[in-house]
Design a protein around this ligand. Sequence first.
Ligand code: FAD
Length: 306
Amino acid sequence: VFDMLIVGGGPAGAAAAIYSARKGIRTGVVAERFGGQVLDTMGIENFISVKETEGPKLAAALEQHVKSHDVDVMNLQRAAALIPGETIEVKLENGASLKARTVVLATGARWRQMNVPGEQEYKNKGVAYCPHCDGPLFKGKRVAVVGGGNSGVEAAIDLAGIVAHVTLLEFDVKLRADAVLQRKLYSLPNVTVLTQAQTTEVTGDGARVNGLVYTDRQSGESHRVELEGIFVQIGLLPNTDWLKGTVALSKHGEIEVDAHGRTSVPGVFAAGDATTVPYKQIVIAMGEGSKAALSAFDHLIRTTAP
Ligand code: FAD
């Protein structure tokens, strides 16, 4: 039986594992892919105190730091079910079952993709998903934002202050963002809003993005926009399907946590992109993972017999 079992090996899970192991308690990490989203990132310029790094480099450092402690790392294993109880059970997809006194859920999230030609090829080469992360890399350039919900419109407003020009493309007949955001967006001189615009292709010169093709759904005509960057903002999907019906989730599927990282299930804590905590960022996931582990430890010392 683990004292603390962490599900997920991204920044949140790694931080939780280190905080747990340093308490001298039995710690396990089960991760589908140790490193998480960081593995898919190239330039990272907002990991505070490190001016510039790369995803795979940071992921390797995370793994090294975790493995320098007494932590049982079970990589390439996917959790399939959580069964609450005095000892909590985590069932794995491979049929095995793990038992723990406390569990920290840190299964992260993934950006919804457009699934159009060129998107995969030009990921990190002009196709981006996180304006807080990559916005400054497009200073003075032309970009598009795909998606007219709150996150798309927020991204467009944010980027308009950095880049030369923003084209916002919305599939529907109108934007879905809050009115206050729309007013702000339409007041900006360097933003063009296209509605009923379905992005059909990302184009590039082989090395980097050079444009985007969309269909005007009203006329059926195809158009091309020349630009250097595309921010896809059509949804962030938390990896929480396996928790439905066990742990309280928000309407977006995020694990609901309180200020201590507690979930609706006693002994089960959560951290990072999988939770309701706003702003999905590496430093935030690490802080939240540390906090969830400390809360879980606090729970342990209050509930385990001496
Ligand atoms: P994740 O990193 O998503 O890790 C989740 C972990 O859980 C993974 O190990 C995964 O395999 C595992 N997992 C999922 N489901 C299961 C399951 N059922 N069973 C077992 N394991 C499971 N942030 C920044 O701060 N700066 C940046 O520059 C930056 N750039 C980014 C660029 C890209 C392309 C992307 C995609 C993200 C970027 N981010 C950036 C965001 C940042 O990567 C995330 O906020 C951060 O990784 C979240 O950490 P996490 O630990 O909560 O989740």
